[in-house]
Design a protein. Structure first.
Length: 384
């Protein structure tokens, strides 16, 4: 359960022992005194994983040539997804049920909120609200106010292992049973739901007036965004292993076999399929040059030039990786599971590396000339 600190203090004053016993499990949620976050630019939404369907939310950013550590902050166990940064505010979610905001300059906490389940998929942001869903048997979707973390609304949707998707005034979630929900961002009202055969393999992906959702039954669906009606489907050659990437009218699907398959939209006709040597657990990212960059599990980095139908290997970083690939204006950032972070140029040359001695699972975040590195055990490191 979650008990707000103010209610817990009121229970102490009234010496209500049953309430105190129930609230004791929630005292850790209080933590340091709550401080409201400062205002941020409401136009800087972060509606999907890595900011946009091209997974290139940092494409206008630059990184330091010789970074130094500015601060470290612990936010809880299990940093599996990227942190969000907008101006003075950093937003993180953890596998031990926390959503936390920090000051990007100092690393000090504004507030922390414990939810009723692990937030394994990460969060998205629209305006002054954070949207999250919990991976729990009775999982809920939440809209939290950015200023203090207060619940604007919540809806039971079942366990949701992937982040939501915001498009206009709706947020879309899919639970592990394959049920897709369209909820209004303002009040959380259910606009529609549809059941797909099979569990989801990725977060929903937008394309025009449609959503694309791949399932573990190796099928890609195109769904009408306004109604949930299934418009098209196609059988895939293997299970999708990371978030798809959309560039104009092409969707690129990374597969467990180590292939990337490209499909034409909206008809879902296969355009090409190419091997990248090992399973791909990171979302492919699109660089400012229009090329697609692919990181496989063996930390081999590949590039697919615009118009090409196969990849060229740029670098082999001799380790193991999951999702930690990010692109900036002219650099690539790759994190390995042994804790090493690499900065490479767009041709795959290593410019520097840093060892954090803890697994880097999620992509790093780049904002305002700084790098924010999420470490698996719960520490965030800022480099500048």
């Amino acid at each position: 359960m979650f008990v707000e600190c103010g209610k817990l203090e009121k229970a102490r004053r009234s010496v209500n022992f049953p309430v105190l016993a129930a609230a004791a499990v929630a005292v850790v949620a209080c933590g340091p005194p709550l401080r409201p976050t400062p205002p941020i630019d409401p136009r800087g939404d972060w509606p999907t994983l890595l900011g946009n369907p091209q997974r290139s939310g940092y494409a206008s950013e630059t990184v330091p040539a010789a970074p130094e550590e500015a601060w470290r902050a612990n936010v809880g166990r299990g940093l599996l997804t990227p942190v969000l940064v907008e101006g003075p505010v950093l937003i993180a979610s953890t596998a031990n049920r926390m959503v936390v905001t920090l000051n990007t300059e100092t690393g000090e906490r504004y507030w922390g909120r414990r939810l009723a389940g692990a937030v394994t998929g990460g969060v998205v942001r629209g305006g002054q609200r954070i949207f999250a869903a919990t991976d729990h048997r009775d999982g809920k979707a939440y809209a939290l106010g950015l200023e203090r973390g207060r619940t604007a609304w919540d809806r039971t949707i079942g366990p949701a292992p992937f982040p939501g998707l915001i498009v206009e005034d709706a947020v879309y979630f899919v639970n592990e049973r394959g049920r897709v929900f369209a909820l209004g961002t303002d009040r959380g009202e259910e606009r529609w739901r549809v059941d797909l055969p099979g569990a989801p393999a990725t977060t929903p992906v937008p394309h025009g007036e449609s959503l694309l959702i791949a399932t573990t039954r190796d099928t890609l669906y195109r769904i009408e965004r306004g109604s949930g009606r299934i418009q098209a489907r196609v059988k895939l050659p293997a299970t999708v292993s990371a978030a798809p990437t959309v560039v104009e009218d092409t969707v690129y699907l990374p597969l467990q076999t180590g292939d990337v398959a490209a499909y034409q939209l909206p008809g879902l006709e296969e355009l090409w399929r190419a091997s990248f040597g090992a399973p791909i657990l990171a979302a492919p990212v699109v660089g400012p040059d229009g090329a697609l960059y692919v990181l496989n599990r063996n930390t081999d980095l590949w590039r697919v030039r615009p118009g090409a139908r196969a990849g060229e290997k740029l670098a082999s970083l001799d380790g193991a990786a999951r999702a930690s690939l990010a692109v900036t204006r002219d650099r690539l950032l790759v994190g390995r599971l042994d804790g090493k972070l690499f900065l490479l140029d767009m041709d795959g040359r290593v410019l520097w590396e840093r060892d954090f001695e803890d697994s880097i699972v999620a992509p790093v975040t780049v904002a305002d000339g700084a790098i924010f590195v999420p470490l698996l055990r719960g520490t965030i490191v800022k480099l500048r």
